[in-house]
Design a protein around this ligand. Sequence first.
Ligand code: SF4
Length: 113
Amino acid sequence: MSFLRFLRAAWVSICAQPTKKSKIAAIRSFVAALRSGLVPRKTAERRLAGCSNCPVYDAERQTCGDGAFVMIDGERLQNGCGCYLPMKVWFRKAQCWLWERSGATRGVDWDNS
Ligand code: SF4
């Protein structure tokens, strides 16, 4: 993925936010993530390939689930973080949502090198 496509992905992700407040929050988190640095292209591609095999992955929107909350057996659970993955996989400090939430028992341990 070229840098221009990366920037386009960031723009699409920010524009997809429903409110002005959430757009500003998305811009802030984008800048913070960008400051953490980017991984090499091969690492980003490996991460994205892992996502495409994940049951949470929304192939149509290319997101980690839809981020919506659902009630299952009386427990409020989230379906993914809703992040636009062609962008998220580039951030060095980003982690697989499921891996973080499950205490590293499920999901993918993303390579941060
Ligand atoms: S849970 Fe992890 S592997 Fe699955 S789509 Fe989200 S970030 Fe990718």
